[in-house]
Design a binder for this molecule. Structure first.
Ligand code: NI
Length: 166
């Protein structure tokens, strides 16, 4: 396994709707291993394939490792369905937008459906931080980043701040 370079915003690969993964071969398994190593090294709790320059619908996450036990999760061709009306606003950062963060409001509970590393379709209900993390990574697969959740004024201010530290 190896640590991959992380693509920094505004790289165009972070603004693209990614393609479905249609082969579960050694190359995909190697990519997943490298993405986990890159995420833990960064250190982060989630990493989407376009962040390492691969514009395919795949992300890895581990919402708990910084607090103790690891809970690695691989999501290939994921889908997200919001559950209930409760929204949650949290400060989010991104490994591709280093040095800045902002509040993002998202559904607090979701159903996450995905293909796992064995090629089997799986589904789970997530809430709180894990749900936030999955939605943040899903955004990357659709060419969206935290800036895209802000109104124009807030976005301009945060982009200016980012360009000053990037
Ligand atoms: Ni991100």
């Amino acid at each position: 396994m190896s640590i991959l370079p992380i693509v920094a915003w505004p790289d165009p690969r972070l603004k693209r709707v990614c393609d479905s993964v249609d082969a579960f071969d050694d190359a995909v398994r190697r990519l997943i291993g490298d993405m986990f190593e890159t995420m833990y090294d960064a250190p982060g709790r989630g990493l989407a394939a376009p962040q390492v320059g691969v514009t395919q619908r795949l992300f890895v996450m581990d919402a708990t490792w910084k607090e103790g036990a690891k809970s690695p999760l691989v999501c290939i061709n994921p889908e997200i369905k919001p559950l209930g009306d409760v929204m949650s606003t949290n400060e989010e950062a991104c490994l591709s937008i280093k040095g800045v963060s902002c509040d993002v409001t998202r559904p607090n509970q979701i159903e996450l459906t995905f293909t796992d590393v064995d090629g089997k379709r799986a589904s789970m209900i997530l809430e709180g931080f894990a749900a936030i993390c999955a939605q943040h990574e899903m955004d990357h697969l659709n060419g969206r980043v935290i800036f895209d959740h802000l109104d124009e004024t807030a976005r301009k201010a945060l982009e200016t701040e980012y360009r000053a530290v990037a």
